[in-house]
Design a protein around this ligand. Structure first.
Ligand code: HEM
Length: 423
């Protein structure tokens, strides 16, 4: 009898699992799962957006995977993401519970204070925030950590796979003087804020203040700033690779600064090409290639597919921004593509996410990015350095994996432009 008491629940449990984890007919297509574990063995460990883009070629723009019972749908086109995350935002605006992202980063975030003024260089909180962001970036990928799928794993010792927390190796390599350090770019950003005229600075502060109920929540702004900083490092990379774009943008910036002043936010309407450069910086190597995952709160039917409540939805922003039908030669940095193309501008909004969860920092981010780009263009020449053999350094750039992605290493020469205060 005691044997039956064990065997019966085991058989029943197995049947329930088989039923639950076998793929119902009406779910969207996707890579073939294994019994019980689903697609866990096929989930990419790095640069997921590239694997997901490959899957989309085989299965279409709405791909279904199951990771240990957790349904995940990957949307690979702007149309599909817009249909679900924008049009049906009411049921697709939740967030998955990711203990890995909350357990560790949350505790560190709580240590950071409100209203703190950063030092322009070597600020310990900036370093801390970068570390938090890098940690968040790797911890917030659904399906990567077992503990996200089976929350009670958090009670296991830290050596257990999936509960282990690794610090990212992505933080800057301090030995390389030419390399742009995240801190260095943060410094450019904060210095460009310092030189802003009072009215522009107040606009930025107002934007930040309104986001956080009148108080500037340091970590949120810095988290957003880190994303903005990642976009700025993409700008520096583009300038080393496309000198003709830099010259054209500088010529435009110089026209508004004929009275010797730096460009201001109020000049933005008169700088249409620089505006396109900023749009292209956001598109070319998006800093959030998969956005931040959403979760559905109700059962839904989409294109005859059944999407149960609790499905994690991932939008492959990288794919959408490299769709050759919207962005011909998508791997080329070509700002003029935005000059007269409303569709390109519309699709580019996916950089800031979708529906009710879309980024509340969008205006703040664009204003800071724009003013940082203008300041760099008006004050510096950015070029690709050469080594002692005269070869260009850093042509093949690797991108960091994780929620926030930016060039792993970025080499460039930055020299003051003739006639600027830097000389
Ligand atoms: C280039 C810079 C930035 C990019 C590309 C970016 C992108 C994003 C994306 C993709 C999301 C997720 C949207 C979704 O789930 O659909 C997001 C969320 C968010 N962003 Fe940004 N962001 C940037 C800068 C900022 C800045 C400067 C701030 C603050 C001042 C900020 C504050 C936030 C907050 C608070 C959320 C969470 C919204 C929520 O969960 O409801 N972001 N951002």
């Amino acid at each position: 009898m005691p044997q039956a008491a064990v065997i019966f629940p085991v058989i029943l449990g197995t049947l329930v699992l088989l039923y639950r984890y076998s793929k119902p007919q009406r779910w969207p297509p996707g890579p073939p799962p294994l019994l019980l574990v689903g697609n866990v063995h096929q989930m990419p460990k790095t640069h997921e957006w590239k694997t997901f883009a490959q899957w989309a070629k085989t299965y279409g723009d709405c791909v279904y995977v199951n990771v240990l019972g957790q349904p995940i749908v990957i949307l690979d086109s702007f149309a599909a993401a817009s249909d679900l995350l924008n049009q049906r935002s009411a049921i697709y605006a939740s967030r998955p519970h990711l203990p890995m992202a909350n357990l560790y980063t949350g505790s560190v975030i709580l240590r950071v204070t409100y209203g703190y003024q950063t030092a322009s260089e070597g600020d310990k909180f900036v370093a801390l925030a970068e570390e938090v962001l890098a940690a968040f970036s790797i911890a917030s990928q659904p399906g990567v950590w077992l503990v996200d799928i089976i929350p009670w794993l958090r009670h296991l010792p830290s050596w257990f796979p999936g509960t282990e927390f690794k610090r990212t190796a992505a933080l800057a390599n301090k030995d390389s003087p030419e390399m742009i350090q995240p801190n260095f770019v943060t410094t450019i950003l904060s210095q460009s804020a310092d030189v802003l005229p009072e009215e522009d600075r107040q606009d930025l502060m107002w934007a930040a203040g309104s986001l956080f109920g009148g108080k500037t929540c340091f970590i949120n702004v810095l988290a957003g700033s880190d994303t903005t900083v990642s976009a700025i490092s993409s700008f520096f990379l583009a300038m080393t690779m496309y000198p003709e774009v830099q010259s054209r943008a500088q010529a435009e910036v110089d026209k508004v600064g004929t009275d010797g002043r730096l460009p201001q936010l109020s000049d933005r309407p008169n700088l249409p090409y620089v505006e396109c450069v900023m749009q292209e910086v956001k598109r070319w190597n998006p800093v959030g290639p998969l956005g931040i995952p959403h979760m559905s709160t109700k059962d839904d039917v989409y294109r005859d597919y059944h999407l149960p409540a609790g499905t994690i939805i991932m939008a492959n922003v990288w794919s959408m921004l490299h769709d050759p039908l919207v962005f011909p030669d998508p791997h080329e940095f070509r700002p003029e593509r935005f000059l007269n193309d409303k569709r390109a501008v519309e699709v580019n909004t996916c950089v800031f996410g979708f529906g009710r969860r879309s980024c509340p920092g969008v205006y703040f981010a664009e204003a800071s990015l724009f003013i940082a780009i203008c300041t760099a263009l008006s004050q510096c020449n950015i070029s690709n350095p050469t080594n002692s053999r005269g070869q260009k350094i850093g042509k093949d750039v690797e991108y960091q994996t994780g929620t926030i992605s930016h060039p792993e290493k970025l080499f460039c020469n930055i020299t003051p432009r003739a006639g600027t205060s830097g000389e």
